[in-house]
Design a protein around this ligand. Structure first.
Ligand code: SF4
Length: 704
């Protein structure tokens, strides 16, 4: 039989979720091109996507077999999978017996496939008896989840990329899609090239690459987004540019928002935001003039101690103008990771259950429990990301199982994460690569198959579910993550884990979605393989998917209406500056790196764009301090310090500095790890950390 040599798959980096075609030549060498037929990218790929084949075939850093140490004083040694599972099960059983089920937990990733996410949740919430499973997606979009739930009744992105070409006004807030969602940005760029009347407003304290396309850049002071969106709402209301009929028929709670919007005059709001009142008026006018208005946002809004308030105040603008559920309009939260959405769908957070069910709802818990045939599922949310590491440090949690993520670099206040993992009795790390700094903390290291080495599904930012085939064999003894999870569950003696392939896990999850808002009971692997990708819901085998939600203006809320939400805080509640720490640090991404560089750091072509971390500072701030371009500086916060070279320009506001978050420990030191500085305070509802605002001081580095 002739072997297949061409495969359609999905890029493993960002939430845009571009389609790729992987070709395998006679020697097994892979090449990657953009899939011309895939609706998301129509053949386009960014620099990261174009170099995926190098990452997939470079096995130099791969974890090839399970490794274990008997105690912290012993070196890691190779063991069989059988011993690895027996040890993991023995340790988990003994810790649970002594300290209760809440003494263990899983910390997973938006890069896990949906099947893996689903199974990790079933195992933890249904059978280990704890809700301690959270994800690195908590760090990037949990505020958006809460914003959507409060507004449309569930975690449901209303629109599609196809709406981009139908819109004539974009408000891009706290996002730099030119670098972080490049193919999506290319679609906006092309749309504007072809339709010069399309208006683009960018809200960002930095003049980013996305501003090149902007008709208006609102360079606000960090943390003032709620004040800005409220001021726009005030202008829309005052000028009678709201959609009264839509508000009356399809929304509730308008009066509360009106009251908040009128707390400050537009002039007062402009002063607080550090921009002019005319800029606010112009932005609001651009929105009100639009036939199709789309807002887009990511970390600048979500990663904040008032992240939920920022989200709801932005979502209010879509409701005020009636720009939702219609072609070319809607609020569009962009996801960072390739399957952050899939994780949200299967309940991959400490407060959620599968298929958009809520942990706090006894009826939902009973449904899930009966479906799994599991022990009682408790209603108390488990530890969220930062809480989990706090619990490890305080000794409340004794063991953690980390899947496909590198918290030592990516979590805020990273020094504390080191302490937490040192204090933990037992750390399991399941990953593909020794490049992750977190693997050094493992007592048990489990080799996982990489993205082209296993099959499964992912959901991108626009609710599009795609199938990813297995293309190559995993190196050494690496296993697909689903298999690692079900074999551990079997070793624990749990029933309902007798799977033999990922497709069985997927089918089980699909069945569980039946009758829910996210119903994909009509979407089999077979359909995904033969008919391509689908946007949920897909409730029957002949259903074609749902590109746009709420076209009937029937929302997922209890009264069927969209809900306005008055933000609880106008003002940012982050830590304050002081003479000792007078500058605000903003962290973020650069174009050619991904997360903590465990993959992109291996690709030469990607490291040439920006080869090293840097601190971006306004020229005036630099001049006052006597700094020059390229000076090595020490950045200090109340939690730690980093040492990097200085990049000076006028693109960043005075009083604000920017540091990329990708670089971790270099040659065993952590001089450039941005999260030495960041604060682990979180939004009280979404529990998303405040990565975008911490007080720092910058000094010229002097050798000790
Ligand atoms: Fe991959 Fe995102 Fe680039 Fe598309 S835009 S190729 S999904 S990294």
């Amino acid at each position: 039989m002739q072997k297949k040599d061409t495969f359609d798959s999905i890029c493993s980096y960002c939430g845009v979720g571009c389609g790729i075609t992987v070709k395998k030549d006679a020697k097994g060498v892979l090449s990657v091109t953009g899939n011309e037929l895939y609706p998301v990218n129509k053949g386009m790929l960014c620099t990261k996507g174009k170099t995926l084949n190098y990452v997939a075939q470079d096995t130099s850093d791969r974890i090839l077999y399970p490794e274990m140490r008997w105690s912290r004083n012993h070196p890691m040694q190779r063991v069989t999978w059988d011993i690895a599972f027996k040890r993991a099960a023995a340790v988990f059983k003994s810790i649970i017996e002594k300290h209760g089920p809440n003494s263990v937990g899983f910390y997973v990733s938006g890069q896990c496939l949906t099947e893996e996410y689903y199974l990790a949740n079933k195992l933890t919430k249904g059978f280990l008896g704890t809700n301690n499973i959270d994800t690195n997606s908590r760090l990037c979009m949990s505020s958006a989840v809460v914003g959507y739930k409060k507004t449309v009744g569930n975690d449901a992105v209303p629109i599609s990329y196809a709406d981009i070409e139908l819109a004539d006004c974009f408000l891009i807030a706290g996002a730099n899609p030119a670098w972080c969602h490049p193919i999506l940005f290319r679609r906006i760029e092309k749309h504007k090239e072809e339709n010069p009347n399309v208006k683009i407003i960018v809200v960002d304290p930095r003049k980013t690459q996305s501003c090149a396309l902007a008709d208006l850049h609102l360079q606000i002071l960090p943390g003032t987004d709620v004040i800005l969106f409220n001021a726009m709402a005030r202008w829309l209301i005052e000028k009678k540019k709201i959609d009264k009929s839509f508000i009356q028929k399809h929304t509730s709670n308008f009066e509360a928002v009106k009251q908040t919007a009128f707390e400050l005059t537009i002039r007062q709001a402009a002063e607080k935001c550090g921009i002019s009142a005319d800029e606010i008026r112009l932005a609001a006018k651009m929105i009100s003039d639009a036939k199709g208005f789309i807002s887009m946002w990511t970390m600048g809004l979500n990663q904040s101690v008032i992240g939920v308030d920022k989200n709801v105040s932005l979502l209010n603008l879509s409701l005020l103008t009636g720009q939702i559920g219609k072609p070319g309009s809607g609020p569009f939260s962009l996801t960072g990771q390739p399957n952050a959405m899939g994780g949200r769908e299967v309940g991959g957070m400490a407060s959620l259950l599968a298929a958009h069910r809520d942990l706090g709802n006894p009826k939902h818990r009973k449904e899930v429990q009966e479906f799994w045939g599991s022990t009682e599922i408790h209603g108390e949310p488990g530890y969220t990301a930062t809480e989990m590491f706090d619990a490890l440090e305080s000794g409340k949690m004794k063991a953690v199982w980390i899947v496909c993520t590198n918290p030592i670099v990516s979590m805020p206040n990273a020094k504390q994460i080191e302490k937490a993992l040192e204090k933990a009795n037992f750390v399991i790390v399941q990953d593909i690569s020794h490049n992750s700094e977190t693997t050094k903390y493992a007592d048990l290291l489990l080799p996982a198959a990489g993205w082209l080495e296993k099959e499964g599904t992912m959901t991108n930012s626009e609710r599009r579910i795609s199938y990813l085939p297995k293309v190559i064999d995993a190196p050494g003894e690496a296993l697909p993550d689903v298999e690692i999870l079900w074999r551990f569950a079997q070793e624990m003696g749990f029933h309902g884990f007798d799977y033999t392939n990922a497709s069985q896990v997927y089918d089980e999850y699909c069945l569980m979605t039946k009758g829910t808002t996210i119903d994909i009971s009509g979407l089999s692997y077979e359909r995904l393989k033969t008919e391509g990708s689908f946007q949920w819901p897909v409730p029957s085998p002949d259903h074609k998917g749902t590109p746009r939600l709420f076209q009937d203006q029937n929302y997922f809320t209890s009264d069927g209406k969209a809900h306005f939400n008055a933000p609880r805080n106008l003002y940012n509640k982050s830590e304050t500056t002081s003479p000792e720490f007078p500058l605000i640090l903003n962290t973020g991404r650069v174009r050619d790196q991904w997360h903590t560089r465990t993959k992109t750091g291996k690709v030469k072509r990607l490291t040439t764009h920006i080869p090293a971390p840097f601190l971006e500072m306004n020229k005036i701030d630099a001049y006052i301090r006597g700094f020059k371009e390229g000076d090595v500086v020490t950045v200090k916060s109340r939690r730690g310090s980093v040492r990097v070279k200085l990049k000076i320009n006028y693109d960043i506001r005075e009083g604000v500095v920017f540091l990329p978050m990708h670089w971790g420990k270099i040659l065993n030191n952590d001089f450039s790890r941005a999260n030495n500085l960041t604060n682990n305070i979180v939004d009280p509802i979404s529990k998303e950390p405040d990565f975008k605002y911490c007080a720092v001081q910058v000094e010229k580095y002097r050798k000790p």
